[in-house]
Design a protein around this ligand. Structure first.
Ligand SMILES: [Zn+2]
Length: 407
């Protein structure tokens, strides 16, 4: 079975995770367990005899070494859930065969078209067979393509009796809501190092990501009758806007790229009496990350001095950190990727700094070095998500080359 055929099966399962589920509930949606059960059965059918799901919906399994030499235990990981930013139910994928480079009508009835002008990535896909949506849902290649590729690589290794060390596999729930590694059992997993298969372009592999924090600013104002407000009213909304105006206007997601960090105001609500502003803070550099957090604190202190102590309450929480310092201690796992990609004919290998986080970042910081590999998919979290069939085959080949015995 080819990887894309598996993907077409997997997208029948709605596995949208749910951000507002209580932290105590895992997985956040019961439907993920249904899919997990299906995966356990499929793993058994491709020869992963010890495939199992734990009480939280994490799926684990292993393929014993079939070679005599000493090889590291390699982990392969993908996530089962899909983002809630577009519907993940009733997905109707179709395949655009031998893509001609023009606009793709995703849905004639609803006039939904994906054009290469808007989605430049289509320019790289001419001649390929593209799995696209009907324009009303996401596809779910993020990250069911990763699962399909790992499953197919596992099958290939065994069917073709390719010599390899022990391979361990995990499929995790709730990655999209930032909880994918909360209950990941690193010790039982037993890998020396691992790779998440959760990226995009087949040339891209990733071992650096943002340092990340969230900040909640609560502004406590004083409301009076507006006609009687002189020297009395403290308008929390205006104070909140003043705080925001102290942040550098060019350091937002709309004005940054590559390794530039930012402050991102993602939610604001309030009235004169009370306002709440929610931010995320991101930076690849640990030093700059710390400086950003310190700057926000100074701004709040300054405004408290101006308007009275307790007016501004700033609560900053770290979310995750850059995996790069961890991976740099184990660069052999990156050269293993590069060798595998070259062997599979990938040109222009591109290590890419992730402008986000990955489960691999969390795992790396917890002691399991875990860079991120591509799936081949494009336009994630969107109704315009698609993946070329040939890219899925390529990633599967890369995984097989990666797992293969090395001298
Ligand atoms: Zn993903």
């Amino acid at each position: 079975m080819r990887a894309y055929e598996r993907l077409l099966n997997y997208v029948k399962y709605d596995t949208t995770s749910y951000e507002n589920a209580p932290e105590s509930v895992c997985p956040s949606t019961e439907s993920q367990k249904v899919f997990a059960g299906y995966l356990v059965n499929e793993m058994k059918s491709v020869g992963i005899a010890d495939a199992r799901m734990d009480e939280y919906g994490y799926v684990y399994g292993s393929i014993p070494s079939n070679c005599g030499s000493r090889q590291p235990v390699i982990g392969l990981i993908s996530h089962m859930d899909t983002s809630s930013s577009a519907s993940g139910a009733n997905i109707h994928p179709h395949i655009v065969k031998n893509y001609d480079g023009g606009s793709i009508v995703l849905n004639a009835e609803k006039h939904i078209v994906m054009s290469p002008e808007e989605y430049g990535v289509l320019g790289d896909c001419k001649g390929m067979d593209l799995i696209v949506t009907d324009g009303t849902t996401l596809l779910g290649a993020d990250d069911k393509a990763g699962i399909a590729e790992i499953m197919t690589a596992a099958e290939t290794l065994q069917k073709q009796n390719i010599p390899h060390g022990k391979i361990v596999v995990a499929f995790t729930p709730d990655e999209e809501i930032g909880r994918g590694t909360d209950r990941f059992n690193i010790k039982n997993f037993g890998a020396d190092f691992a790779y998440t298969v959760d990226g995009g372009d087949v040339r891209h592999y990733e071992y650096e990501n943002f340092n990340a924090a969230s900040a909640k600013l609560t502004v406590n104002g004083v409301c009076t009758h507006p006609g009687d407000g002189k020297n009395k009213m403290k308008n929390a909304i205006l104070f909140g806007m003043e705080f925001n105006s102290m942040l550098p206007p060019a350091e937002t997601p709309a004005h940054t790229e590559g390794r530039d960090g930012f402050y991102h105001l993602l939610h604001m609500e309030g009235c004169e009496e009370k306002a709440v502003l929610k931010y995320i803070i991101r930076d690849h550099s640990k030093e700059k990350f710390e400086a950003r957090k310190a700057y926000m604190k100074r701004a709040a202190d300054y405004l408290n001095a101006k308007y009275g102590s307790g007016t501004f309450e700033l609560d900053i929480k770290d979310s995750y950190y850059n995996m790069k310092p961890v991976i740099e201690q184990h660069m052999e796992i990156i050269s293993r990727v590069e060798k595998a990609m070259l062997k599979c004919g990938i040109k222009n290998l591109t290590p890419t700094p992730i402008r986000g986080g990955t489960d691999g970042a969390m795992l790396s910081l917890k002691g399991l070095p875990c860079p991120n590999l591509p799936t081949g998919g494009c336009n994630y979290h969107s109704r315009f998500e698609f993946i070329p069939v040939q890219a899925m085959d390529k990633v599967t080949d890369i995984l097989v080359a990666l797992a293969k015995e090395q001298q």
